[in-house]
Design a protein around this ligand. Sequence first.
Ligand SMILES: Nc1ncnc2c1ncn2[C@@H]1O[C@H](COP(=O)(O)OP(=O)(O)O)[C@@H](O)[C@H]1O
Ligand SMILES: [Mg+2]
Length: 228
Amino acid sequence: MSSIIVSCKDVVKTYKSGEAKVQALRGVTLDIYENELLMLVGPSGCGKTTFVSVLSGLLDFDSGECRVFGKDIATLSDEEMTALRGKNVGFVFQAFNLLPSLSAVENVALPLTIAGEKRAKVLSLAKKMLTEVGLAGKEAVKPAALSGGQQQRVAIARALVHDPKFVICDEPTSSLDHHSGQIVMELLQKIIKEKGASMIVVTHDERIYKYADRIVHMEDGKIVKVVS
Ligand SMILES: Nc1ncnc2c1ncn2[C@@H]1O[C@H](COP(=O)(O)OP(=O)(O)O)[C@@H](O)[C@H]1O
Ligand SMILES: [Mg+2]
């Protein structure tokens, strides 16, 4: 049995705005294993984004426990959480969130630059990562001159450039056409398996289910089924 890298127990999250309350997570229990590609699926509004936001430490939760690489994230300071993310976690979103004024290679380099690495090293790692996602030769190109699929591949290179052991993707293919979506998933799967990392992919795109090791179905703030 491979080891557990993320472990959540009975996680509850309620959004409150004035009088209104929305119970987005109603007791979610889930373990994520080393080197597994897990998909989190379910209808819009069932709590998928809320759950991965909790996992990433970007959103507080009301009760339950969530351990990431053995650390109880509710007890970490903001600085400790930022350090954990910076070292071990990568993110890919539906909207690629690339900076339009930066070239492809500069976008990929950004997390390392922010972490204070030397410019020459940063650019060489970023260039290597762009090659890994099939974009060699596009280093100097700005996002607007790339297709949607290419932009998402730049975003993947940026998410993986610091070699994270856990990658969180929220609807990574939903802005892409079928073909680009398949290319993006093949790439994510290949890189994750090569690096021995783990990944959770939020999606309601059934055409990419085939890339999953396990599919976790959520409904109304709860996990209702897990298919291996
Ligand atoms: N910031 C927020 N404030 C209030 N309610 C929210 C907020 N974010 C999400 N919700 C509500 O929580 C529920 C779960 O949302 P979300 O996690 O975004 O679902 P999904 O990603 O599965 O579509 C929905 O009812 C949504 O309207
Ligand atoms: Mg969502």
